[in-house]
Ligand binder design. Structure first.
Ligand SMILES: Nc1nc2c(ncn2[C@@H]2O[C@H](COP(=O)(O)OP(=O)(O)OP(=O)(O)O)[C@@H](O)[C@H]2O)c(=O)[nH]1
Ligand SMILES: [Mg+2]
Length: 313
């Protein structure tokens, strides 16, 4: 079978919702393996249908428990659900741990649920470039809703925010989150807040404090705050309602799409560039180390080659 035919078959099976093939494709994409750009290119026209939500919050605040509860609720409505759990600790080992999957395993055998963990990549942290691709594969498979679980509320989550339709930030009384979030000016990032672990002491205080801060600012005045006790499946319906009712401002949708396309174009270009010039860079490494030239000179020379290149010819 030719490579083209194999790719075509693969895409066809993914579009039919074949889980094994989807996993295979996700692995190819996660590894940035040969041909992954062609595969993603072929898939691209079949995406954009799923509703995507980010679930962010400090370690242990209850994100996986909430995701689990949401899956249950969505399945009651006969909606299919994809979950991408981003696992920052695995940056150390290079592979995603199974904790989340085990926790969510009550849905593991359900054909309408597809769960995948991805590792964050190295020092850059945040979502690995393939996270958005994996969401897109789930979208193409026909998942109605895709949930992305990420740790922490910070710079990383800004990236996630740009990739999803609605961003949920979870707080719990365990951590001093509420204050930190207000200090860091993260208030505007959340479209929906959850105060989880309402069974615990101090939870109502966190809720009241948060409400008070949100009302002080015009931009955040109407942000819904949902009280939850996720472990007891309390507040799940309210959360789902708030999530599905959220209407992303048109301006943001446009900005999000533009940034995503730009970023994607940049990635595709960088990969091409590295492929094309890797040898040339390698050839010069020793010369650079000997002090005979600099990386800037080498890239300068490449730029000249690039600028002389006319794609229309
Ligand atoms: N008391 C109480 N505990 C909860 C509640 N929801 C979750 N937990 C517990 O909090 C702990 C962490 O829950 P997870 O859902 O794993 O939290 P997480 O945010 O996904 O954690 P990481 O993925 O490790 O960042 C578990 O022991 C849960 O059982 C709740 O409503 N009340
Ligand atoms: Mg988790």
């Amino acid at each position: 079978m030719t490579v083209e035919k194999a790719h075509e078959d693969m895409i066809e099976r993914v579009l039919k919702g074949d889980r094994r093939t989807a996993s295979q494709l996700m692995r190819i994409v996660d590894d940035r393996a040969e041909g992954h750009l062609d595969l993603l290119g072929a898939l691209y026209p079949h995406t954009g249908r799923a509703f995507t939500a980010g679930i962010a919050g400090s370690p242990g605040c209850g994100k996986s428990t909430i995701v689990d509860a949401l899956i249950g609720e969505l399945r009651k409505q006969a909606k299919t659900v994809g979950v991408v759990a981003i696992d920052p600790t695995s940056a150390l080992t290079g592979g995603a741990i199974l904790g989340d999957r085990v926790r969510m395993q009550q849905h593991g055998l359900d054909e309408g649920v597809f769960i995948r963990s991805v590792a964050t990549r190295g020092a850059q942290g945040g979502i690995s470039p393939s996270t958005v691709d994996i969401c897109r594969i789930m979208d193409a498979m026909g998942m109605d809703v895709v949930l992305v679980e990420t740790v922490g509320v910070g710079q990383d989550e800004v990236d996630v925010r740009m990739a999803v339709n609605v961003n949920v930030v979870v707080l719990s009384p365990d951590t001093g989150d509420a204050i930190q979030i207000m200090k860091a000016g993260i208030m505007e990032i959340a479209d929906v807040f959850v105060v989880n672990k309402m069974d615990k002491e101090g939870a109502e205080n966190v809720f009241q404090e948060l409400r008070m801060f949100l009302t002080m600012n015009e931009a955040t005045r109407d942000t819904p705050v949902v009280r939850m006790e996720a472990r007891a499946n309390q507040g799940t319906q309210e959360l789902l309602q708030a999530v599905l009712a959220f209407r992303e401002p048109e301006e943001r949708t446009r900005l999000r799409r533009r940034l995503e396309i730009r970023k994607r174009a940049g990635e595709v270009f960088t990969e091409w560039f590295e492929d094309r010039f890797r040898d040339r860079i390698d050839e010069n490494i020793e010369r650079i180390q000997r002090g005979e030239t600099t990386p800037y000179e080498i890239v300068g020379a490449m730029k000249e080659i690039m600028e002389g290149f006319n794609p229309k010819q």
